[in-house]
Design a protein around this ligand. Structure first.
Ligand code: NAI
Length: 429
């Protein structure tokens, strides 16, 4: 393994102690609203399930993630972490993590491309035995550049849809050489984080970044998947006229039956006050769409990578480019129309200057699933072959039960007769 190529966050900050204090304050606030992580942490501090493990992480380094990282460290692991997007890191939180004895944080906001990948290498210089990723960049670096680490890696966890897609493609090619849990695909993650989390935080971030209202606006939501459904529903709830674009016929039909207008992007673009992409795909908004958009349109992306709105096309068309507000770049076209891009086309709810990411409560669920999955890999990693794995249902249920108990919500249990009935093919009319 090469020497550490990117320094920990503290070496990039003027006053790391002050930053760490502020980061700690943010983490404490979040933790007060994270009953699942608090519950698991109490247990893991006692039982130390991660003793002897080295966990390499590439995630959005902000207060909620930091509580997951600290839980893993307090459960006995050595943790090395960096960001999974150059604009989503909170340096103060990164500094607070780095101040922990068992944690090294390399995450720095506004790192350039070279620094971003060098920081991943620095994490890998700790020789992880487990990886926890959001978008799969760490797994890619292990396989492409440090395959010698694979033998001692027990397994990994992936947080987001795009990461799981990439991993499945890698698995189908026979190239994935250790087991990885698709944390994204669990009910406790996807039905809450992608739907409510992305819906609420994307809309809140856009409204705060622009100081504009949703009421009466035509909002074009590209992609009616888990994230798109949340965005569409919550935009409609704030009195926007929602238009959906899709490429998958059943999703298009679902949006239609929900009462949204469904249009091809070429037509939707001409009506849009706001376009928000949530597809995980590239080139969803391109030159032909920019050419018909009204003056003043807002363009934002909530998908994982900054490839959904083709900014090269927009740049080619523009005669001028300037910062209209913090986090808003106006591209002026020859006919005087201004098209406003938020957060450089990166995922807006995490990368805009004022972005805070998802609400705390939903990340408590997602990270609760991460925590039990890491425990499962440490305890039973040998039971899983190389490849992408669904998270065992009992682990997802465990997290739901902790949350329901914390919320004081009681629910029914199957009787023995009901259980037997549901499991039998012999009962008919
Ligand atoms: P999903 O797979 O449920 O939905 C994506 C939808 O986009 C699908 O229905 C697909 O048919 C559609 N689509 C693909 N190409 C399209 C195109 N050219 N035009 C219109 N529609 C198209 O995925 P999910 O869970 O909704 O995630 C979407 C993206 O959001 C992923 O990149 C994921 O990693 C990211 N994500 C972002 C979060 C955030 O905090 N901003 C949180 C969770 C996920």
């Amino acid at each position: 393994m090469s020497e550490t190529s990117y320094a920990p966050v503290t070496e990039h900050l003027d006053d790391p102690d002050e930053a760490a204090e502020e980061g700690r304050r943010k983490m404490d606030w979040a933790l007060q609203h994270m009953p699942i992580l608090s519950n698991l942490r109490e247990d893991y501090e006692e039982s130390k399930p991660f003793e002897g493990q080295v966990i390499g992480m590439a995630m959005h380094v902000e207060a909620k993630t930091a509580n997951l990282v600290e839980l893993l460290a307090d459960g006995g692991a050595e943790v090395a972490i960096t960001g999974c997007n150059p604009l989503s890191t909170h340096d103060d939180v990164s500094a607070a993590l780095d101040a922990h004895d068992n944690i090294t944080s390399y995450a720095v906001r506004e790192v350039d491309d070279e620094g971003y990948y060098a920081a991943i290498e620095s994490v890998l210089s700790h020789e992880p035995t487990l990886t926890v990723d959001d978008g799969m960049d760490m797994v890619a670096a292990v396989h492409e550049d440090y395959p010698e680490l694979i033998d001692s890696i027990v397994g990994g966890c992936e947080e987001t849809t795009t990461g799981v897609h990439r991993l499945r493609a890698m698995d189908a090619d026979g190239a994935l050489e250790y087991p990885i849990f698709a944390v994204n695909d669990t009910p406790m993650k996807r039905l809450f984080d992608n739907v409510h989390g992305t819906g609420e935080s994307s809309l809140a971030t856009i409204a705060m970044t622009t100081n504009l209202s949703w009421a009466g606006k035509t909002v074009v939501v590209a992609g009616y998947g888990y994230c798109g459904k949340g965005v569409a529903k919550k935009a409609a709830g704030q009195n926007a006229n929602v238009v959906v674009t899709e490429v998958e016929p059943r999703r298009a039909l679902e949006a239609h039956m929900e009462g949204y207008e469904v249009l091809p992007m070429a037509e939707a673009a001409a009506e849009a006050d706001v376009v928000l992409t949530t597809t995980g795909n590239r080139d969803v908004v391109t030159r032909e769409h920019f050419e018909v958009m009204p003056d003043g349109v807002l363009l934002a992306n909530a998908g994982h990578f900054d490839i959904e709105v083709n900014l090269d096309d927009l740049d080619d068309l523009a005669v001028d480019r300037y910062e209209a507000r913090d986090g808003v770049e106006a591209y002026e076209l020859p006919d005087g129309r201004r098209l406003n891009v938020l957060a450089e086309g990166r995922l807006v709810n995490l990368a805009a200057p004022i972005a805070l990411g998802h609400p705390v409560e939903v990340m408590d669920q997602s990270f609760g699933v991460q925590a039990v999955c890491v425990r499962e890999l440490v305890e039973h990693g040998d039971d899983y072959e190389a490849g992408v794995h669904e998270v065992p249902d009992d682990l997802d249920r465990e997290v739901a039960e902790i949350k329901l108990a914390a919320e004081g919500v009681a629910y029914d249990e199957l009787t023995d007769e009901q259980r037997e009935y549901m499991g039998s093919w012999q009962h008919g009319t």
